[in-house]
Design a protein around this ligand. Structure first.
Ligand SMILES: O=C(O)c1ccc[n+]([C@@H]2O[C@H](COP(=O)([O-])O)[C@@H](O)[C@H]2O)c1
Ligand SMILES: Cc1cc2nc[nH]c2cc1C
Length: 346
């Protein structure tokens, strides 16, 4: 994938800040919404930012390592939840609906034949999910590139449909284990700090997951620090697809709304390939999965919400979208001290 992501221009910064500061409120009193408005204005290169045709892209994939026992749930939950998304019965359906955000669900490599399914984006790289990284690479270099290209295609299609903000979500039993390995390799944080209970492992399950992931690292003695090598070795098809979608979305000047631990692992890969992508990212929430805090600290960022969510599916991103709308609304709709005839600080 050839991607060029320019850093967001800052020429409008002073003017945007002045516009925000002249609104009928004490300076800074809209808190994080003011920073958000500024960021959205700079991404869009305008004094009047707007969120248009927002979407959540949920990428789903299966993991060979799931069968080794890294999750509390069986692998079949991945395809069953994809069918639940398509039927409208999952948390992300309810939260996207209440936020006024359209949902797009993509099969990045789920080990299930969905048959003809008009509402599912077919981006299946393998009919059986990734290989088990305990035995070798999770995917080939070609499969990794294919999954990333599929993500880029979907992001570009959304742009053509008038969308200028994408929230990213995922579904994949075993993908917190994959995200832990990616995070360890790409941030240098000790494995123990980035391995968590995922969907709900008990203490014994967590110890087993940690031991398996140590084993996975030991099985790759010639370990490379290159982000695409790490992605192919330990990633999932949904994670690679997300990384590609994020890169293309930022290249297209869109706003990227980042969900939890797995989505942020995909961003770690993308940010190593194109560091300026971070200018386009709004971090929706802090997941309850402990490694997410490590990722956020590594990226030097602070999320908008901290609700103890650890579901994935893009649920944190869906919850953050109304805040993006609120940031645009106050910049575009509020009066200024001058226009409203309100006295400023003496
Ligand atoms: O987004 C998060 O931070 C998050 C944290 C824990 C679990 N999840 C979801 O749970 C699944 C992965 O959990 P696990 O235990 O199977 O690795 C996957 O479908 C994710 O969407 C998601
Ligand atoms: C039921 C269920 C729903 C999910 N959504 C995202 N990950 C999930 C994992 C499980 C187990």
């Amino acid at each position: 994938m050839h991607i060029h992501i320019p850093a967001v221009g800052r020429t409008l910064e002073a003017e945007l800040r002045r516009k925000v500061d002249r609104k009928t409120k004490p300076p800074g009193s809209l808190g994080r919404l003011e920073e958000l408005a500024l960021q959205l204005g700079l991404i869009q290169g305008t004094l009047s930012p707007r969120i248009l045709a927002p979407h959540i892209l949920v990428c789903a994939g299966d993991h060979g390592a799931a069968k080794a026992g890294v999750s509390a749930y069986p692998q079949d939950v991945t395809w069953q939840m994809v069918e639940n998304f398509l039927a409208g019965g999952a948390a992300i359906n309810a939260l996207a609906h209440t936020a006024g955000v359209e949902l797009v669900v993509a099969d990045a490599g789920v080990a299930h034949d969905f048959g003809p399914c008009p509402n599912l984006v077919d981006a299946k790289v393998s009919a059986s999910g990734t290989a088990n990284y305990l035995d070798g690479p999770a995917m080939s270099t070609e499969q990794c590139a294919q999954a990333m290209a599929n993500g880029a295609r979907v992001a570009r299609d959304l742009a053509v449909r008038g969308c200028n903000a994408i929230g990213f979500g995922e579904m994949g039993i075993g993908n917190t284990a994959s995200a832990s390995l990616l995070t360890h390799c790409l941030t240098g944080a000790p494995l123990v700090e980035v391995v968590g209970r995922g969907t709900g492992l008990d203490d014994a399950g967590l110890a087993r997951k940690h031991a398996l992931l140590e084993q996975a690292l030991a099985a790759w003695p010639e370990r490379s620090g290159e982000p695409l090598d790490v992605l192919a070795r330990f990633g999932g098809f949904e994670i690679a697809m997300l990384a590609g979608a994020m890169l293309a979305a930022a290249e297209g000047g869109m706003v990227l709304v980042i969900d939890g631990f797995i989505v942020t692992a995909a961003l770690l890969v993308a940010a190593r390939l194109a560091p300026a992508i971070l200018d386009y990212c709004v971090f929706a929430h802090r997941s309850g999965e402990p490694g997410h805090a490590v990722q956020l600290a590594h990226l030097g960022t602070r999320p908008l919400l901290d609700l103890g969510l650890r579901l994935g599916e893009g649920t944190g991103a869906a919850l953050a979208f109304p805040l993006l709308g609120a940031a645009c609304a106050f910049v575009n709709e509020m009066a200024s001290f001058e226009s409203a005839g309100v006295s400023d600080k003496s």
